[in-house]
Design a protein around this ligand. Structure first.
Ligand code: ADE
Length: 251
């Protein structure tokens, strides 16, 4: 997969591409990320990338010309079929969108700064507008990193064991189960017995049930999509376990 990132602050993104899972994916050529600075596509002495908004108002707006020129410079190495603007007014990123994006052979990410980009960029250059959540950041660089990291995890080979991706929260529509590692007992806090034995079917069932329990508590909205018989049975068990016992003299 190829990702070209348009940013006025490549120094913000560079270090995040060098370490961990992403660093390895890039070193192994599973992922190519190149950073393009729209400032390098200005024609004036001051390398101007922003200007005051027509009609007045606070802040500055990113100009059309450097952004169009920067995107057009990618012709031949990027299909430009997917040009994504990171913006708080975009469609909210979720795991389904991430999974879809992971099938794209390439994309361009545009990191906006200031009050945003000239609307003609959104209208004529951008194919998708994406937000990472209902809050406002100072620019699209951190959102672009969120997108790159989440999408690249879904590219085959990037995460060594596919099983790790499958157990990620949201991969299968629910939050992830609790995990434990050695020691089995720490300050009287014990690892559940079932995880210490070798009964793989029991371990799988335990994990699924705990994943459902956490999802029911924190994100009950996600449960509406579940249709598997086992899930519904486990949810019924959880429901029974959490029902308060009725006191005898109250019945
Ligand atoms: N730029 C500023 N805030 C943002 C957000 N929440 N998502 C994407 N891009 C942004």
């Amino acid at each position: 997969m190829r990702i070209d990132v348009l940013t006025l602050f490549p120094e913000l993104i560079e270090p995040a591409l060098a370490a961990g899972v992403l660093g390895r994916a890039i070193a192994n050529a599973l992922l190519t990320v190149s950073l393009v600075n729209p400032r390098d596509f200005t024609a004036d002495r001051h390398k101007t990338v922003d200007d005051a908004p027509y009609g007045g108002g606070a802040g500055m707006v990113m100009k059309c010309e450097p952004l169009f020129a920067a995107v057009e410079s990618l012709i031949g190495r990027n299909s430009l079929e997917h040009v994504v603007l990171l913006s708080p007014r975009g469609d909210r990123l979720d795991q389904n969108m991430v999974r879809e994006m992971a099938t794209w052979p390439d994309m361009v990410l545009i990191c906006a700064r200031y009050e945003g980009v000239d609307e003609r960029v959104s209208r004529s250059l951008v194919t998708h507008e994406v937000s990472i959540g209902d809050y406002v950041l100072s620019g699209g660089e951190v959102p672009a990193m969120v997108l790159i990291e989440s999408v690249s995890r879904m590219v085959p080979g990037v995460v060594g064991r596919w099983e790790s991706v499958e157990t990620d929260s949201y991969f299968c529509g629910v939050l992830g189960p609790p995990q434990y590692t050695r020691p089995p007992s720490f300050r009287s806090l014990d690892v559940p017995d079932v995880l210490l034995g070798g009964d793989h079917a029991a371990i799988r069932r335990f994990r699924r049930k705990e994943a459902l329990r956490i999802t029911r508590m924190r994100r009950p909205d996600l449960l509406a999509h579940l249709t598997e018989k086992e899930d519904l049975q486990l949810l019924a068990e959880i429901e029974n376990e959490t029902r308060l016992p009725i006191k005898e003299n109250e019945s």
